[in-house]
Design a protein around this ligand. Structure first.
Ligand SMILES: [Zn+2]
Length: 166
């Protein structure tokens, strides 16, 4: 397994809508293992394939306290959502930045696991927030898209400055 470099905003690869996964081969299994290792090392609770430069509709997540409940979400579809509320959010592609956005507190989805087997999931709280955040990534969106353009501009400047200082 390997820790992969995570792309930071405003990298254009974060802005593409990802195509569905079709091949459940060895290469995909290795990518999933590497994505988990990258996410846990960061540390983070979710990571989308396009954040490590791979254009596939695939995310890994683990919102558990002890990091022992890994979830692979492939080609997800939202079936239902309720209880919209404001939640604080961060993202591995926007280091050292957090802000409040509107999310659903409950969400129901259908997705495929790492072997291509379909499953349904009902998520609440942090897990529901994480699912919405990841699906946004797979659609080429970032949570800062929900903020004002003034705030977005300020964040972009801050990240470009940080990248220049590397
Ligand atoms: Zn993110």
């Amino acid at each position: 397994m390997a820790v992969l470099p995570i792309l930071h905003h405003p990298d254009p690869r974060l802005r593409k809508k990802t195509p569905p996964v079709q091949q459940f081969d060895q290469k995909l299994q290795r990518l999933i293992d590497d994505m988990f290792e990258t996410m846990y090392a960061a540390p983070g609770v979710g990571l989308a394939a396009n954040q490590v430069g791979v254009q596939l509709r695939l995310s890994v997540m683990d919102c558990s306290e002890h990091h022992d409940q890994p979830i692979v979400m492939i080609n997800p579809e939202v079936l239902g959502a309720e209880e919209r509320q404001e939640m604080e959010e961060g993202c591995l592609s926007l280091p050292d930045i957090r802000d409040k956005v509107q999310r659903y507190n409950k969400i129901r989805l259908r997705a495929l696991d790492r072997n291509g087997q379909p499953y349904e999931l009902e998520a609440e709280g942090l897990m529901a927030q994480c699912v919405q955040h990841e699906i946004d990534h797979l659609d080429g969106k970032l949570y800062i898209d929900y903020l004002s353009s003034l705030k977005r501009e300020r964040i972009k400047k801050k990240l470009l400055k940080a990248a220049a200082g590397d």
